[in-house]
Design a protein around this ligand. Structure first.
Ligand SMILES: Cc1cc2nc3c(=O)[nH]c(=O)nc-3n(C[C@H](O)[C@H](O)[C@H](O)COP(=O)(O)OP(=O)(O)OC[C@H]3O[C@@H](n4cnc5c(N)ncnc54)[C@H](O)[C@@H]3O)c2cc1C
Length: 562
């Protein structure tokens, strides 16, 4: 168990680390955050000005915290609980055993996210992904054939060919190594040269189309493509992403988002809760000891039902139970569909092109089901084979991926029986927690016939389907082919200085707006963009030694295909 600042070396000895320096906008958010000049300032007469922040997830809270540090008064609105998709639950029978229903494993390359994880003093440890160093063993079960592996070398050679085909595909068709070297070195001209050539060529290509068209996978044959879909890279199977744009996948693999994951001890929700309670040592205007929580008297404002332009030109926010307030600026960090489906948002606040982009957002569905077990029995050895009786499991059965989460030999363990996306998640949607669990245990019984998993289960299962929660309507965005234009509009909106008066003052943030949706780092980055937008809107500036995202967007921001 280590604090994040003590990451063990990543084997790529002495090379600078990979950051989530997104090729669309390779702005070093981590350097921006660490700079002693700070993120910028607003004129003193603005101190104490209220700014609405819709959504108390990590994006909204990062934005609110940074606005508070500038001397502004963020007013966070939250429909449900502080934390959003960094949601942890405890088992009723053992309150200190928690599970993460949304974000659960955070790539070391998420440098801006870890800035805040470190800031609030959270401990992390390596997450047991398939075949990772901390995973005692992994079982890959495909077409009824089971392979047990403690290291990747234990798998049959076929899997090495599959991995080689993927490496060759991204190298031959997407200059993988050159891009990763440029990201390590923060070599912005090289990143932009490679990416700006790829975007128009690949925007209309699916992930599946990309691998099927690659020479490497053509040579390896259909069986390799099929196995790749089941076993994938990093976290496991990715075939439910096959219809998505290949650009989404390239962003993930270039930036190591799918590798070297850590989990937050005590649950991921401790991060948003920590941001909510954090008392910055230095702030403009507010006395030491002020936190977001204290500014809100302990609880955020409620669910937003309407956003419109008030007669005086400010933005008027109405809550579900009738309370109204007006603001010179507002940030929305909830999923963008909600601006049309759940919040009555005045049409004129965005252009028709922006509305199109907001409504075209494509969400992945996702489902997880956890059970608590009496102890990490999976580490028991089978007397006949000497192998672990049960392993982290990748399978083509309904469960798809089963993770084993171990808090020590004398404590209850947790099994994430099934973590699925898209079609696989939809298969669970109509079933309740117990029905899901029974089916999942049935699948596992086929893979581990001699192990009575059910006899170890204690208490009730915990399950989630994000698409059935009206405050989310899906797990996270994933752009389809042809969606680059929409994404470019959403991301760059925060820095548009040519908007008509009636579209000013409202800023979009959150997972949907980011280039790396499904990774909390993107939610943090877009929260910081919105802070920059609000600061400028209220007459503020960045220090010239620490230019902000809006200052550099024109120089190396995303190209326009329009
Ligand atoms: C299943 C799943 C797995 C994931 N896995 C990972 C992972 O392993 N690693 C990783 O880095 N990231 C992961 N993510 C992504 C990560 O969780 C998100 O990027 C991040 O939590 C999004 O934060 P946000 O603030 O942008 O949005 P949210 O967390 O969604 O916050 C928005 C908030 O707005 C609130 N809201 C909605 N409507 C209203 C309203 N009308 N009024 C007021 N408030 C409203 C919501 O309740 C919510 O709290 C995962 C997400 C999911 C769902």
């Amino acid at each position: 168990m280590t604090a994040v600042t003590e990451f063990p070396s990543d084997g790529a000895a002495k090379q600078p680390p990979i950051t989530m320096l997104n090729p669309d906008f390779p702005f070093s958010y981590d350097h921006f955050l660490a700079h002693p000049a700070g993120l910028g300032s607003v004129p003193e007469e603005m101190y104490g000005t209220e700014v609405a922040v819709v959504g108390g997830g990590v994006s909204g809270l990062v934005a609110a915290l940074e606005l508070m540090k500038m001397g502004l008064k963020p007013v966070v609105y939250e429909a449900d609980r502080v934390g959003g998709r960094l949601r942890s639950e405890s088992f009723a029978a053992a309150k200190d055993v928690t599970v993460d229903l949304g974000g659960m494993r955070f790539p070391e390359s998420s440098k801006a996210l870890y800035h805040y994880i470190d800031m609030v003093g959270l401990e992390t440890e390596a997450f047991p992904n398939p075949l990772s160093e901390v995973t005692p063993s992994t079982v890959v079960e495909l077409g009824g054939v089971k392979h047990y592996a403690e290291t990747p070398a234990d798998l049959p050679e076929f899997f090495t060919h599959v991995a080689d085909a993927w490496r060759a595909a991204v190298e031959d068709d997407a200059q993988f190594l050159e891009m990763q070297t440029a990201i390590r070195e923060r070599d912005v001209p090289t990143i932009k040269r490679i990416w700006n050539e790829l975007v128009p060529r690949m925007d209309e290509q699916t992930f599946y189309g990309f691998i099927a068209a690659s020479d490497a996978f053509k040579k390896a044959g259909f069986a390799a493509r099929e196995a790749f879909g089941q076993v994938g890279f990093g976290t496991g199977g990715w075939d439910t992403d096959f219809p998505n744009s290949i650009l989404e996948i390239l962003r993930v693999v270039y930036t190591d988002a799918d590798d070297r994951h850590r989990r937050i001890l005590g649950g991921a929700q401790r991060l948003p809760e920590g941001l909510w309670a954090y008392e910055p040592a230095e702030m403009k205007h507010w006395p030491v000891g002020t936190s977001l929580r204290s500014l809100h008297n302990g609880a955020p404002a409620g669910e937003v039902r309407r956003i419109r332009r008030a007669e005086n030109g400010d933005l008027e926010i109405s809550e579900r139970w009738g309370r109204k307030a007006t603001y010179k600026a507002a940030i929305t960090s909830c999923q963008s569909w909600l601006l049309s489906t759940r919040i009555d948002t005045e049409e004129a606040l965005f252009s028709p092109e922006m509305w199109m982009a907001l409504e075209r957002s494509h969400y992945m569905q996702s489902s997880k089901t956890f059970v608590m077990v009496d102890r990490p029995f999976w580490k028991d050895k089978d007397p006949k084979t000497g192998q672990d009786v049960m392993s982290m499991t990748l399978t083509d059965r309904l469960n798809r991926a089963t993770y084993l989460l171990d808090d020590g030999p004398d404590k209850p363990g947790v099994i994430l029986l099934s973590y699925t996306w898209n079609d696989d998640a939809m298969k669970w949607l109509s079933l309740d927690a117990t029905q899901r669990m029974e089916l999942m245990l049935h699948s596992l019984a086929q893979i581990y016939p001699g192990v009575d998993i059910a006899s170890h289960v204690v208490g009730q299962p915990i399950t989630v389907s994000w698409e059935s929660d009206p405050n989310f309507m899906g797990a996270f965005k994933a752009n389809l082919p042809g969606h680059y234009r929409y994404q470019q509009r959403l991301f760059t909106h925060f820095a548009k200085d040519d908007l008509p008066e009636h579209q000013r003052g409202i800023f979009l943030a959150g997972d949907d707006i980011s280039w790396t949706a499904g990774w909390a780092e993107g939610a943090v980055q877009t929260g910081l963009n919105a802070v920059w937008g609000v600061m400028k809107h209220l007459g503020g500036e960045c220090s010239p030694e620490n230019p902000g995202p809006g200052e550099l967007l024109g120089e190396y921001g995303p190209i326009s295909l329009d």
